[in-house]
Write a protein that binds this ligand. Structure first.
Ligand SMILES: [Zn+2]
Length: 432
């Protein structure tokens, strides 16, 4: 059986009928013969794209050739080659250059390229999007393979060209980002009150983490700090963003734009849940009029769990006042106070526990393994105490919030930063 695929153009000024885009001649004896193959589909798409682009642009030129005032066709100065890249292959075009008409009142012999008005970039936005999207999940070379497998993209597209395209897209987006501001105030009180009725609250999780860099700079550790976040509206999809603190000159603007992109209104309630790191804590300050800043419960629970893990390694004797069970019980109490937002009692319990551990360290100078565990625990307890002190203002009554159905954490499964770091930089990828 033979199939011929040919487009039918329905337009009063269409150019002469186009050529067939593909002929498929095939018997049907095996499952492989049923329907289109990827090779057929790619050939059809690329030929169809070629014809579509040429017809559309020819039509555009034809309509705009006459001068809008006197309707005489503008004179052609010449042509220059132009390559339009798309997900369905590249099209080589000749872009004309026209003289301005005398009646348009421009300086004599002024010329312009009419195609530049529509082809503002030489790559179709969809192809840019596909490259950026897949490059966020796979290595550049794998993206090239993937695109070549399913689409008739240009044969020259490879990992290196994709890397360049993605960087160009990133730079363009970066340039479109507005200037950094110390505060984003959404207008005066009168304007805020007059703003439209907002939707349900939005939660933003903010998290910091360290990634090992490809190059280790002299005198440095080779690591750089990444701040990642996830904005979760009550309805609709969440949005993830990230930046490198050392080089990001507009972190606040970036976060602001994420909220704007999700349609957050001035009177909408925004809850920032952070991991409590210094840099992450500063970021959402003065960003939104209706916001609160809470220490993410996930991070408290995780830290208490780490302390308990350390304590489980301690083998005290029963005649000693210090036992593993006692330490674990005290840690549970600390966690319980924190869960109820009682930072004062949590701090008290923690301080008492620290005193006891310090006392036990003095007693057990001779017994080495237990001694080491206690020393490690003492250090960890002190760090946790500082962490709680620094974040006292962000500790709330989590129990009550949860009963009211309000969010207390963004990282029930995994925190955003772990998700990003684990996915991109640790497990199996070499994408740095
Ligand atoms: Zn004219």
């Amino acid at each position: 059986m033979k199939f011929t695929v040919q487009p039918l153009i329905e337009s009063p000024d269409a150019l002469p009928l186009s050529a067939p885009v593909q002929t498929i001649e095939r018997s049907c004896d095996r499952i492989e013969d049923v329907g289109l193959r990827l090779e057929d589909a790619k050939a059809i798409l690329s030929e169809l794209q070629e014809q579509l682009v040429r017809q559309q642009l020819a039509d555009h030129l034809q309509r705009h050739r006459p001068c809008p005032c006197c309707h005489r066709p503008r004179t052609i100065k010449g042509y220059h080659p132009l390559r339009f890249r798309s997900a369905f292959g590249d099209t080589e075009l000749l872009s004309p250059r026209w003289y301005e008409c005398d009646c348009e009142g421009r300086p004599a012999k002024a010329t312009f390229s009419p195609l530049n008005k529509i082809l503002t970039a030489h790559t179709a936005p969809e192809l840019e999007f596909l490259q950026a999207k897949w490059a966020a999940h796979l290595s550049f070379a794998a993206v090239a393979d993937l695109l070549h497998d399913v689409l008739p993209v240009d044969s020259c597209l490879n990992g290196e060209t994709i890397r360049m395209h993605v960087f160009a897209t990133a730079e363009r987006l970066e340039a479109e980002l507005g200037p950094e501001q110390f505060a984003f105030d959404a207008g005066c009180q009168y304007e805020i009150e007059g703003s439209p009725e907002p939707g349900p609250p939005v939660t933003v999780g903010l998290d910091g983490g360290y990634i090992r860099g490809r190059e280790r700079q002299r005198g440095g550790t080779g690591c750089f700090e990444v701040i990642a976040g996830r904005s979760i509206p009550e309805e609709g999809p969440s949005k993830v963003f990230a930046g490198v603190r050392r080089i990001d000159t507009k972190p606040k603007r970036r976060l602001h734009e994420v909220l704007q992109a999700q349609g957050v209104l001035p009177r909408q309630h925004v809850t920032f849940l952070s991991d409590g790191g210094d840099t992450v804590r500063e970021l959402p300050a003065y960003l939104h009029p209706q916001s609160e800043h809470i220490l993410d419960w996930f991070h408290i629970a995780m830290r208490v769990e780490q302390l308990s893990q350390t304590a489980r390694g301690f083998r005290g004797t029963y005649d000693s006042p210090m036992s593993k069970e006692k330490i674990l019980k005290e840690l549970e109490r600390v966690k319980w106070f924190l869960w109820h937002g009682n930072e004062f009692r949590a701090d008290e319990t923690l301080t008492d526990l620290m005193f006891e551990v310090d006392g036990a360290i003095e007693d057990r100078e001779a017994r080495r393994p237990a001694h080491l565990v206690l020393k490690k625990l003492a250090r960890a307890l002190e760090e946790f105490g500082t962490y709680i002190d620094n974040n006292a203002s962000g500790i709330v009554n989590y129990g009550e919030r949860q009963r009211c159905g309000e969010r207390i954490s963004t990282g029930f499964v995994e925190s955003t930063i772990n998700q990003l770091i684990a996915k991109w930089f640790v497990k199996k990828q070499q994408m740095r």
